[in-house]
Every structure is written in C-alpha cells, then in structure tokens.
Design a protein around this ligand. Structure first.
Ligand code: SF4
Length: 307
C-alpha cells in the first residue's frame, strides 16, 4: 500500500489548512469506521439477499454500511445494478442493463415492512436506455411501498432523467415525501466527475421538482467534498441550490472506491464541515447534514417532513 503523502499542519483542527494529497492516501482517523459486530447486520444482509434486492450501500461501497445495516436500514437501488453512465466517482458497474424486474417494487415494499422502516430511501441506476429513464419503475415502487407500509416517509434519490418533464411527473405524481437529486460537485468539476450530466440540468430538475411536486414535498441535494473544489466554489454551489429552492442539503467527504476512480484531492477536516452546516442553515436550508461520513441517505430519517 502506498504511504500517505499528506502534510499535517501543526494547528488546531479549526484553523487547519486543507490536507492536500498527492498519492493514494491512508484514511485520517475521522474517516475510520468500526467493523460489524451486530446480529442485526447479518439479519439485514440475509433479508436483502432472500428478496434479491440491490442496495447502493453495497454497490457504491458506502463506508457506513456496517452502521446502517446494524440499525436495520438500507437504501434500495432499483432498476438493476448496471448503470448506463460511468461517473468518475461511482463504484456502481457500468454495463448494458438487463430488463426491469416486474415484481421488484413488491419486493422493495416487503423488505421495507420486514425491516420496520418508517423512512425509506429508494434510488436507482441511471437508465438512459429507457424512454422514461426508469421513472415509471420509481412510480410503481413508491406505490407498492405505500400500499404495504401506510404512513411511511418515502424519499427518492433520482437520476436527472435527461430533464424530461414527463419522466419527472411520473415520479412526482406518486407523491414522494422527499425528492432528492444530487448535484455531486461544483460547476467547474462537473464535466470530469459526471461527464454525462450537466450542472445546470441538475439544478433545473431540482427547481422543477419543487415547482411541480405537491406543496408538502421537500427537495434535497448533496455534494461530495474533497475532489479539488475551492471553498468559494462550494459556497457558490450552495447558493445555486438555494436558488433552485432546495430544502435539504447533504455534504460528505468523497472517498475513492477503487484505484480506477477519481483520486481524493483533499480530506476536508470536520471543522469545515461544521462551518458549511452553519452556513447552510443561515442560507435557508431547512435541514443540513454535513460531515465527513455523511451520504445522501445517511440518517435520512432524522429529517421529518412537514405533516
Ligand atoms: S449511508 Fe445510505 S448508502 Fe450508506 S450504508 Fe447508510 S443507507 Fe446505505
């Protein structure tokens, strides 16, 4: 394993300069997670396997898998585990996708019930091969979850559907409580981080969702930090998200899933994440989750949508 080339400044954490990296880094202490030890983790894995469901927890190699699965929570990834895009940060496989599985919505609903979830997060691979980008599959999954789990909070984390209004409406008409679409990174870095997406298209999708969704639906977006963006660029993106009427913001540290993916440029110190949380609240976000291990769906149930 290569050694860490980080320069650790002799300052307090709050004053510290960014930890700039020039080779594959060793994780700083604040990003180390404990190994699983709970029987709930094993039961969650078993249940997901029995129902043949994919999760972004596994497919994206999320560092919180041990914690979340030990709390009997997971983020379902529908429409298969093969993505039509090849974003530079994402560990989900890029390949020709298989046909949609008709009974997947029912299986997600059953898993939601058996896990006892009161807040479920459903995401999907990007299905640019389908005319609706997989939107109808989202609609059917939301419906199945609601039918099986009355009163549940449903959050969807969707691709951009190439900004097709009819696809967006299919999802919105199913009435999700939280509509999440990630901006992922700042404007300048978007072409290298998500080369098949555009920064403005993501902002447009978020703004339209807020406009077209029912009045109670919250919108949400997130960004990964540590890809080489500047402080000013992060602040600009936060302002862009507010201008698109986004209610909830998540900020977390980017981690390189394999050596083939984009390198980590910087480990952002926890104090800076706290600073962005404060700034986000000042800017008018209703809820901000900001920390090194925060992911879109991490502790998603801590946000309670308006009744
Ligand atoms: S943060 Fe989200 S993706 Fe990661 S393990 Fe938890 S539920 Fe899964």
């Amino acid at each position: 394993m290569s050694s860490c080339a980080a320069v650790v400044p002799e300052k307090t954490e709050a004053e510290a300069a960014p930890v700039r990296l020039v080779s594959r880094p060793r994780l700083p202490e604040w990003l180390k997670v404990p190994l699983p030890s709970s029987s709930t983790f094993t039961r969650t894995r078993q249940l997901l396997g029995d129902l043949r469901l994919h999760t972004v927890c596994e497919s994206a190699r999320c560092p919180n898998q041990w914690e979340c699965w030990s709390r009997a929570t997971a983020t379902f990834m529908i429409a298969g585990d093969r993505c039509t895009r090849a974003c530079g940060f994402c560990a989900v496989d890029t390949a020709k996708p298989l046909a949609l599985e008709e009974d997947e919505p029912r299986r997600v609903a059953e898993a939601t019930r058996r896990l006892g979830l009161r807040h479920v997060v459903v995401t999907a691979v990007a299905r640019d091969d389908l005319a609706d980008g997989g939107a109808d599959h989202f609609r059917r999954t939301i419906g199945a979850i609601r039918a099986e789990n009355p009163g549940i909070v449903v959050e969807v984390l969707v691709p951009d559907f190439l900004d097709r209004d009819f696809a967006l409406d299919l999802v919105l008409d199913a009435g999700p409580d939280v509509f999440n679409h990630n901006l992922e990174t700042v404007r300048r870095l978007t072409p290298s981080v998500r080369h098949r997406a555009t920064y403005d298209r993501s902002l447009a999708v978020l703004a339209k969702a807020k406009q077209r969704g029912n009045g109670r639906m919250s919108t949400k977006s997130g960004m990964m930090l540590g890809l080489g963006e500047s402080d000013a660029e992060i602040r600009d993106s936060m302002a862009d998200l507010r201008r698109s009427n986004v209610d909830i913001l998540t900020l977390g540290q980017y981690l390189q899933p394999t050596p083939k993916h984009l390198p980590v440029v910087e480990f952002v110190v926890p104090a800076r994440f706290e600073e962005y949380a404060r700034l986000g609240r000042e800017m008018g976000f209703v809820h901000v989750a900001s920390g090194p291990l925060v992911r879109s769906s991490y502790h998603a149930d801590e946000f309670h949508p308006p009744a």
